[in-house]
Design a protein around this ligand. Structure first.
Ligand SMILES: *Cc1c(COP(=O)(O)O)cnc(C)c1O
Length: 421
């Protein structure tokens, strides 16, 4: 018997609300979903929140950096922390394509991820990993930064046992006091490890603590210390390999510290490293964050919103919910301090940001000549990015959350699906 269609619902249960008992032939009409079929449903159709990365912006930022460097100076693309939340493999490919020739990561596993994606260019870990990871470095051809003689000699020995070379970059501490051999101990360090036939120094670098601060004496002191170490090596007839020091801020501000290579991080993702580079570097932000409205509520006057009911309705607001929260990178500290964009207009985020959901207010009064907004379930909301003339940046979020943009963009990699456009 064909299924009767009652009230438009084939699943209508009838008066008794009990499903009719099925006989054997009816059982055969059951059509279970195949997992392959449902797995094809786009992530944006599973959850209305996502990140978009503009490939063209990353490409353009790499070209802009190269434009500020003399030809022949290499560019190392820093893709640590999943490319500051932009996707390490994709960003590495774009950067290499746009003129970078070296990659920088923070951990052994970040390097392995690039190798497994068939990336063959040199990869440098920007710190010294544990000695227990040495077989991985050799198997995946990933270079460590080196600054203890114990690590260097263990690395050389293990490589030698396998008939391999042990390439590395020497990290030099010029005042940041994070990692590296102290600038005035470099020659001594080289003498201790210099006998080992497998060790191959491919480069030497330092990292500046204050390249993104207003012009300062500490920066000059660090540069002088690095030059002093280079000079001492020269005197001792030791080849430092590729010499590098500049991060994004130093790349755009101080051409005299470009040496043989620059390390491009935050600026590659389109974010100004500091105020001072704003007039110098033409950068395009690559990351946008979007969501769709999952519910709209006319909240009566004096009713509150979200945990703690910290925000109270004036009676003329439509409260809209979007399905992303602090577990997705929207920092809870931004509660009540950030804005979103709906239909090209700014709307205030209201109430405490939750783990997975967040609310914002749409004013239902007509104010001046702004067209009245009519929010609907499914409408696209911009959390970071541009909609018409309205723009929201990671820089504003960083300022409001009392942090730096790096931490903001890294945060959005936690759970949101990422799309490249
Ligand atoms: C992260 C890092 C960089 C990149 O710095 P940005 O300011 O993001 O350009 C460069 N060098 C080292 C050693 C780093 O750890």
């Amino acid at each position: 018997m064909p299924t009767p269609i009652i009230n438009g619902f084939t699943g209508y249960a009838g008066e008794s609300m009990n499903p009719p008992e099925k006989n054997d032939s009816e059982q055969e009409t059951a059509k279970p979903f195949s997992r392959e079929e449902v797995d094809e449903i786009d992530e944006r159709d599973r959850r209305w929140a996502w990140v978009e990365i503009d490939r063209g912006a990353i490409r353009s930022n790499v070209i802009e950096a190269k434009h500020h460097m003399r030809s022949g100076c290499r560019l190392l693309a820093v893709v640590k922390a999943d490319g500051y939340g932009h996707g390490a493999v994709e960003c590495a490919r774009i950067a290499l394509n746009a003129g970078a020739s070296y990659l920088g990561v923070a951990t052994v596993d970040e390097g392995i991820q690039l190798r497994k994606a068939d990336i063959t260019e040199p990869i440098l870990i920007l710190s010294q990993p544990p000695q227990t990871s040495i077989p991985l470095l050799l198997a995946y051809n990933i270079m460590p930064s080196v600054y203890t003689t114990e690590f260097a000699l263990a690395y050389g020995e293990i490589a030698d046992h396998h008939g391999m070379k042990a390439p590395f970059h020497l990290a030099v501490n010029t005042g940041m006091n994070r990692i590296g051999v102290r600038y005035d101990d470099v020659v001594e360090f080289e003498r201790v490890i210099g006998f080992h036939r497998a060790l191959e120094q491919k480069g030497m670098f330092t990292h500046f603590a204050t390249a993104d601060c207003p012009d300062n004496i500490d920066f000059t002191i660090a540069v002088n210390r690095f030059n002093k170490a280079l000079e001492a090596l020269h005197q001792a007839n030791i080849d430092p390999g590729i010499v590098h020091a500049a991060n994004s801020a130093a790349l755009f501000r101080y051409p005299k510290v470009h040496y043989d290579m620059c390390r491009l991080g935050i600026a590659m993702y389109g974010i100004q490293p500091c105020k001072e580079t704003r007039g110098i570097a033409d950068l395009k932000p690559a990351m946008s964050v979007y969501a769709r409205i999952t519910q709209t509520n006319q909240v009566p006057m004096s009713d509150g919103v979200s945990y703690g009911l910290n925000w109270r309705s004036s009676g003329s607001t439509n409260v809209c919910t979007i399905p992303l929260g602090y577990a997705d990178g929207l920092r809870r500290g931004l509660s009540g301090k950030t804005k979103f964009i709906l239909d090209g207009q700014y709307c205030d985020q209201i109430g405490n940001i939750c783990m997975d959901q967040t609310m914002f207010a749409v004013d239902m009064r007509t104010l001046g000549n702004k067209p009245k907004l009519e929010p609907h379930i499914g409408d696209k909301v911009t959390i970071i990015g541009r909609q018409g003339d309205a723009v929201l940046t990671a820089t504003e979020q960083a300022y409001e959350a009392d942090t730096i943009e790096h931490e903001i963009t890294c945060g959005y990699a936690a759970r949101l699906p990422r799309y490249y456009v």
